[in-house]
Write a protein that binds this ligand. Sequence first.
Ligand code: PLP
Length: 394
Amino acid sequence: MFVYLDHTATTPTSPEVMKAMMPYFGEIFGNPSSVYSFSRKSREAIEKARNQVAASLNADPSEIFFTGSGTEADNWALKGTLEKAKISGKNHLITTKIEHHAILHTAEYLHKVEGVDVTYLPVNSEGFVSVEDVKNAITDKTALVSVMFANNEVGTIEPVKEIGALCREHKIPFHTDAVQAAAHLKIDVKAMNIDMLSMSAHKMYGPKGVGALYLRRGLHPENFIHGGAQEHKHRASTENIAGIVGFGEAMEILQGRLEEDKALNSARRDRLISGILERIPHAKLNGATGDNRLPNNINFSFIGVEGETLLLDLDAKGISASTGSACSSESLDPSHVLLALGLKHEMAHGSLRFTIGRLTTDEQIDYVLEVLPEIVSRRREMSPLWEDYIKSQA
Ligand code: PLP
């Protein structure tokens, strides 16, 4: 059996989305910037997608800018805002310890190269950022607050609306990385006080290599990519038309099935969580519970075993899972997110993430529940760490 449980890393492009994209690889190939009528079809396709994305967020189409990825949208929001803020003497960025590397490494770059002061807010044991901590971190030099909407490793959903309201009060722009959240939750940028928001199509059954930045009207961060006049002079380079069309289509389809997907995903998530807790002793669920957790995220630590070893054992049984962010799968360092939640190194090393999606069935969940306890138990039998742990519990 092939069981794909890594929908947070990426999702398959849905057949409807592929169908919508196909003409733009072939017959409709005109450059949207050209003036003749043939290229107008390409321009119209991009504007339709912009409308689809904007409508899903309760934004105006003029506030949506397509990018090459979620990572690029994050880079643009942070670098563009901090660069612009220099003019008014502001050089302070507030973010959190559990952001994706697209934010964390950009913040590190800004500190190293631009001398930006960065505050990395802590989180509690379930991964929540405190609004009070954001408030206390604000200074008269703060140029931007960036707090992710939902965490990609443990699925914790942050109090974005409240943080946004606080930032409005202090007249500080608020950015949120919604690359994971936008695939599962209804987002209303106006009601949620969001000034900038990053998204990525491949997390929501759209194609890879296309993202977007929502920029509330009136905000003008410096451009990130320089060149031609595309994206209303804010993001140069000839548009990835097929990708953008696919993004718009994926986003519209998603809105129509958001509640249905959420109900199905969270039922399967809870079935897998309770099954693991029942069958595997000393299994620790990482992150928050219920509505405060992304409906598709399951993250466990199994003391005494390496997550990487479990991944290989699961792979041998046809199950694709992850130990955390796909982008850091080549690193053997423990997850910065789990460490920020207060896990000890050995627990962070023994973590496993399953993320379910439209491909997942109840039978697949039961199959995981059948094979995982045996795998963990076999690995623990060979583990000196497990032996020490059991002795320490006696
Ligand atoms: N932000 C978060 C929270 C993510 O989970 C990811 C991808 O895993 C990204 C940003 C990067 O998105 P992209 O793969 O489109 O560059």
